[in-house]
Unconditional design. Structure first.
Length: 540
């Protein structure tokens, strides 16, 4: 059974929130308390983290604490809280308790699926150490905000933590909401202090790249209005008369959804350029997000600000990324490299990734990413970070343009965590390859966007049945197979996440295509039954 923490020391009709009523959110007192809690994380990293049998509690808050207008552009975003369910694999540590909080209750079938993936641990044993809590609230606001609004839920979370001295909170990204939540739970946050998240926006990313001295596209940051956007576009074109396109990015865009492209075709030269751009922006700007409009885009840009930079052209253009981590002791760790799978009108929407990045530039991407990590460390950044590049061949090598830093768990985080947890392996930084505990080399093809309208109606139970019928599962003996995520989004949105693990990227991609084929055939059969039932009902 799931552990449901009970409230203690409360009289009927009386509620007293003893650990959150005295510190005002955003206050200096809260900031001071948060810094004290973070010192506790350092001690845990010395004594608890290195010992797999040490008692600990991990509180998972998968809140996408970002601008709600930006998030609404992502199909099925209300189910993205499921992406961090990969952390249920931490229950393979026999004395680890895990508390997972969501906006809406998770389907029991989904939890059963993840627990079935645990190596060497009985599912019942893991289940006794898992606490699932929900806000029962589907409103399109950050989960952390929902929790803070519910003092009794806060107390239930706190009651489920056996020892706050051996507990920490992990999240998708760190904002003042997560800082307030950590203080009210009296546990440290394994993430960057929101006041110190240098490099976490489009503008600070460019500033970090300049400080590092690595290549980045020509452009302008810290723009605050569409007038400044137009002036920056004109300045870029003036500096490079042959420039064909420029990219405009809202400061807090996610997965490329806040990006747009401005084409300079037929643009005049000289003084008339700025005026021409201002006149043509509403008609010419091409948005990556579906259903975007000029009125909505300019309002969001004026609110959040953003950047303008050259669009990197290239027939063989690639989009590699590096993922790293800075631990509480200040040590930087290389985690992985990926080649991103991108889509959208101009190829800026994140669809998925392949691991590892191509051998032609894998080690170079590692080196450049670690250079950025050194700058982030100097600015007291803590936790996971990712660096995205656009790479084009030049002569016998490649030019790697640094594009963006993400101080959060991104789309490449959960696939690699699943690989790591399932195989108990590690990355070899000398080669950039991943080896299982038994020495096998493993790669994967992963996607958050396996999406087809005909998949709608498949329930989690249906997916499990299809997977069993067609052997779409991870095989612990061969260390290969398929792992699903975003399962909750399938029935409503026809959207699913999948990680296909094999001994090479080509084999993993083939496994992915086989998975898509199976789902397509099952969905077509489902559609056939629907049509029969519809016709029968109509005739009767």
């Amino acid at each position: 059974m799931l552990h449901i923490p009970q409230l203690q020391d409360t009289q009927p009709g009386v509620f007293y929130d003893h650990f959150s009523n005295t510190i005002a959110p955003g206050s200096d007192e809260e900031r001071s308390r948060f810094r004290m809690l973070q010192e506790r994380l350092v001690q845990q990293f010395k004594s608890v983290f290195p010992n797999p049998r040490a008692p600990r509690t991990v509180v998972v808050i998968p809140s996408l604490s970002m601008d709600d207008v930006v998030l609404k552009k992502i199909s099925g975003v209300e189910y993205y809280e499921e992406r961090m369910l990969c952390l249920l694999m931490l229950l393979r540590l026999p004395r680890t308790n895990l508390i997972y909080v969501t906006s809406q209750p998770l389907a029991p079938t989904i939890i059963d699926y993840y627990l079935s993936l645990l190596p060497d641990i009985p599912a019942a044993h893991a289940l006794n150490r898992l606490t699932l809590l929900s806000c029962h609230d589907a409103e399109a606001i950050p989960l952390s905000q929902k929790i803070l609004y519910r003092p009794r839920l806060l107390r239930r979370i706190r009651a489920a933590i056996p020892d706050v001295r051996a507990a920490h909170m992990t999240c998708f990204n760190a904002t003042p909401l997560e800082r307030s939540l950590a203080v009210r739970l009296d546990i440290p946050l394994y993430a960057c202090d929101p006041d110190q998240c240098f490099g976490g926006t489009k503008s600070t990313s460019r500033e970090a790249f300049r400080e590092t001295g690595i290549l980045l596209p020509d452009g302008f940051e810290n723009l605050t209005s569409t007038d400044e956007m137009a002036e920056a576009l004109a300045a870029l074109k003036g500096r490079n008369p042959d420039l064909r396109r420029a990219v405009v990015k809202v400061e807090e865009g996610a997965s490329g959804e806040g990006n747009a492209v401005f084409p300079f075709e037929d643009a005049p030269r000289g003084r008339a350029l700025t005026r021409w751009i201002k006149q043509n922006l509403p008609q010419r700007l091409r948005y990556e997000a579906r259903m975007e409009t000029w009125d909505a885009y300019q309002a969001k840009f004026n609110e959040l600000g953003g950047i303008v930079e050259c669009f990197i052209e290239g027939a063989e253009k690639q989009s590699p990324s590096m993922q790293g981590r800075i631990d509480p002791l200040g040590t930087q760790e290389l985690i992985s490299t990926h080649d991103q799978v991108l889509g959208g009108p101009s190829g800026q929407i994140f669809l998925g990734c392949t691991f590892p990045a191509a051998p032609a530039y894998r080690l170079e991407i590692q080196r450049l990413g670690l250079q950025v990590g050194e700058i982030l460390h100097r600015h007291d950044v803590l936790g996971r970070f990712g660096v995205d590049f656009v790479s084009v061949p030049r002569g016998e090598g490649w030019d790697h343009y640094a594009i963006e830093i993400n101080i959060r768990k991104g789309g490449t985080t959960h696939p690699f965590l699943m690989l790591q947890f399932l195989t108990d392996g590690m990355l070899d930084p000398e080669t950039g390859l991943f080896h299982t505990r038994t020495g096998l080399t493993r790669s994967y093809y992963a996607s958050d966007n396996l999406m087809n309208p005909i998949y709608r109606g498949f329930r989690p139970e249906d997916l499990m049945e299809i997977a069993l019928d067609h052997n779409l599962h991870f095989n612990g003996a061969t260390q290969e197979g398929v792992v699903f995520h975003l399962i909750g989004a399938l029935s409503q949105f026809g959207k699913l996440g999948v990680v296909c693990i094999s001994d090479s990227i080509d084999a993993a991609r083939k496994l992915y295509l086989e998975t898509v084929y199976v789902l397509d055939q099952e969905a077509l059969a489902q559609e056939k039954v629907r049509r029969i039932l519809y016709t029968y009902g109509k005739d009767s």
